[in-house]
Every structure is written in structure tokens, then in C-alpha cells.
Ligand binder design. Structure first.
Ligand code: MG
Ligand code: ZN
Length: 223
């Protein structure tokens, strides 16, 4: 087998990328300061397309909206399907269309923060673009990052995307009701996560039937 691996100096846009990441981190710190000023906790949700980010956020909003203020930012490349679904719950929603951009960044989130009354939100849930690679490199100013991974993505999802998990505080392993049908071991996925990052919180869920959503809500309330 021929193996080819990009070296840092072979990637032509590396210097551009470096300053881009630095600029993003600065804006993320500004977002965080603004959120802290209002006592608002932003949580961002990352994960592949179809992992269940929108369904998890929907269930969390249903659970929390009567006890505290909740707002949702929906990152989406082009459509507003997810934002439309959340909006039906009667909470403030900001749809962020990246126009085919593959991740949210702190600039876009900062613009969103200026469109809502932050002081009314205890939580802002931010749904990132469905992608397990670059969102990890772009902090948004959130207090915690959640990765949603589902058993339908196969047994190697965690091992193949270590950066995503190393930068997160909470991992949700979703669609556990389908684990047997998929031949995927939830225990093995949990072990993979803990091998990468022993102190991370891992919560198995089935967002469709509500299993584990309470545990996610309690974890977020304790942040
Ligand atoms: Mg979604
Ligand atoms: Zn990207």
C-alpha cells in the first residue's frame, strides 16, 4: 500500500490558515466575554450529518424552555429545515446560512449574538454544520462543546476523528436503540472516547424516543 500524508509545509495555505485561526480565537474570546456578562451559557453541538444534533436540541429545548430562557442558533449550509423545526417550539432562533461553508466560526456566531436579547437566555444551543473535521478547529465562545455521534455511523467514528472528541466536554452516543441492528457496540464506542479523553462525560441516548435526554439536560444545567 502506498501511504501519503500531508506535511505542514506542504499545505500552501498554512500561513493564511494560522492567522485565520488566531483571528477566530480572538472573536471567540469576545463572544464568551459577552455571554459571561449576561450570565448566558452557550453550548455548541457538533457531529456528522444525520447524527441527531437537531433532534437532541429539539428535545432539550422542550425539556428546558419552561424553566429557563433558551435560544438556538442553527448553522446550515443552505437550508432552514432545522431552524424551522426548532422555531415551532416558540424560542428565539437564529438561522446561520454558511452558503456551503463547512463550519460555523466565531464571527458568524458573534453576529447572531447581536440579533437576540442575550439577557433573556440562560442557554444558547448552537448547532454546527454536519462535519466531524474542521468545526473542532473553530471555537465559537461556548462554555462546552458536545459531540453527537450515532451508532449508525459505524464502529470507527470515534477513532477516526480524535480532534473532535479531544476538544469536547460531553459526548452523546445517539440512536442506541439501533445498536443491535447496526452490529455496533455502544460499550466499545464509550471505551474509544474514554481512551482518547478519560475525563469526558459520555451519555448514551436515543433522542427519538427520549432515552438519555434527561441526563444530557442535567449535565448542561450543572455546567
Ligand atoms: Mg441538523
Ligand atoms: Zn470547515
Amino acid at each position: 500500500m502506498i501511504k501519503l500524508e500531508a506535511q505542514p509545509d506542504e499545505i500552501y495555505d498554512i500561513e493564511l490558515e494560522h492567522s485565520l485561526l488566531e483571528a477566530n480565537e480572538k472573536l471567540a474570546r469576545q463572544n464568551r466575554a459577552l455571554l459571561d456578562e449576561h450570565g448566558t451559557t452557550a453550548i455548541d453541538f457538533m457531529g456528522a450529518i444525520g447524527s441527531g444534533k437537531t433532534t437532541l436540541i429539539t428535545k432539550l429545548v422542550e425539556k428546558l424552555k419552561n424553566q429557563c430562557g433558551v435560544a438556538v442558533f442553527n448553522g446550515d449550509a443552505t437550508t432552514s429545515e432545522d431552524a424551522d423545526q426548532i422555531e415551532k417550539l416558540g424560542v428565539p432562533v437564529v438561522q446561520i446560512a454558511t452558503i456551503n461553508g463547512c463550519h460555523l466560526d466565531a464571527n458568524l456566531v458573534g453576529k447572531g449574538l447581536r440579533k437576540i436579547d442575550i439577557s433573556k437566555a440562560k442557554f444558547i444551543f448552537i448547532e454546527n454544520i454536519g462535519n466531524l473535521i474542521c468545526p473542532a478547529e473553530f471555537p465559537l465562545g461556548s462554555k462546552a462543546r458536545v459531540v453527537v455521534v450515532s451508532v449508525t455511523e459505524g464502529p470507527w467514528m470515534v477513532r477516526k476523528h480524535p480532534h473532535m472528541f479531544l476538544g469536547a466536554q460531553i459526548v452523546v452516543i445517539n440512536k442506541i436503540d439501533l445498536a443491535d441492528a447496526m452490529g455496533v457496540s455502544v460499550e466499545a464506542l464509550i471505551n474509544d472516547v474514554h481512551t482518547l479523553k478519560p475525563d469526558i462525560t459520555v451519555i448514551p441516548t436515543s433522542c427519538k424516543n427520549g432515552t438519555g435526554v434527561d441526563a444530557v439536560a442535567q449535565t448542561l444545567l450543572a455546567i
